[in-house]
Design a protein around this ligand. Structure first.
Ligand code: GDP
Ligand code: MG
Length: 292
């Protein structure tokens, strides 16, 4: 394969509501193709692959940052280090006007120096006072962790072009990890499954999520409402109890949170049904993974 493009792995981390999904959608609007996720080959989950004339940027999920926890125990440190190993660049996104969360900073400091770190100050469209923004920027700079600090508005598409340029600047000239012709469409089903999986991940933040597949079996638009049927596929009976929870409360909560985000993303009312299914030993079966 020719080495003529900037190429690498990028992850976006930040608190809920910081604007991660909006940013991904904004980038995706410009140029996107999606890989069939190779879930069994890496702990990290591919979100999407951005391709243009001079770059291939693979956006991945890095579980471990998602949880906001006050004690960074050994297990967390291990998870973060492991999941960040293959990341070339981390985009740490916060809302404009927000102070830097010390807990997040500690996590970011754990990441190897060869992984570049950007701070994205999002929602600048909401900022009334430029002076305050400038003051905040001085503070952000003073922590000395970030290679770049970029003000953006993910929603209004402000400075996203600058962001892409900066990302490319920091990525190595490398092989393209994924041939473009292997890309498949970024389908609604895929995105839906990702959101549900994210909610499960968020809820359990442990080993469990890596034994979970989400498969969307129905996605129908009917008179202003989208009806979705999703299967949560797991390998063991014992996980089923955990995911369903007492009186079905856990699965209900996962469904509710997923629905809310899906409604935002698709800008439509959503009717979401989830089913938990067991498929023993799916991890070892290539055919099942392909089918899923
Ligand atoms: P996530 O939880 O980090 O994925 O955050 P979302 O992308 O879902 O965004 C949370 C909310 O903030 C949504 O209502 C977005 O429309 C809104 N939002 C995201 N980016 C911006 C922005 O640049 N400006 C404004 N005004 N709102 C934004
Ligand atoms: Mg989101």
């Amino acid at each position: 394969m020719e080495i003529n493009k900037k190429s690498g792995f990028v992850t976006i981390v930040g608190k809920p509501n910081a604007g991660k999904s909006t940013l991904i959608n904004q980038i995706a609007k410009n140029k996107i193709s999606i890989a069939t996720p190779k879930r069994n080959t890496t702990r990290n989950q591919i979100n999407f692959i951005y391709n243009d004339n001079d770059s291939q940027i693979i956006f991945i999920d890095t579980p471990g940052f998602l949880e906001i926890t006050n004690n960074l125990d050994e297990r967390m440190v291990e998870i973060i280090r492991r999941n960040m190993k293959e990341v070339d660049l981390v985009l740490f996104i916060i809302k404009a006007g927000e102070k830097l969360d010390q807990d997040y900073l500690k996590k970011i400091e754990l990441i190897d120096n060869k992984t570049k770190k950007f701070l994205l100050v999002n929602k600048v469209d909401l900022v009334k006072s430029k002076a305050e923004l400038i003051q905040d920027f001085e503070e952000y700079q003073s922590v000395n962790i970030f290679d770049e600090i970029i003000p953006i508005s993910a929603l209004k598409n402000t400075n996203i072009d600058v962001l892409m340029k900066e990302i490319k600047k920091y990525l190595p000239l490398d092989v393209q990890y994924y041939p473009e012709d292997q890309m498949v469409d970024y389908s609604n089903e895929f995105y839906t499954a990702e959101i549900i999986r994210e909610k499960i991940l968020f809820k359990f933040h442990d080993e469990i999520p890596h034994e979970v597949f989400v498969k969307v079996t129905n996605f129908d638009k009917e008179g202003g409402i989208i009806k979705i049927r999703a299967e949560i596929i797991i390998s063991r009976e014992s996980l089923k109890k955990i995911i369903i929870g007492k009186d079905g409360e856990t699965i209900k909560d996962i469904g509710m949170k997923s629905r809310k985000e899906l409604e935002r993303y698709f800008n439509s009312k959503i009717f979401l049904e989830t089913f938990v299914k067991i498929r023993k030993n799916w991890k070892n079966k290539e055919s099942i993974i392909k089918e899923i």
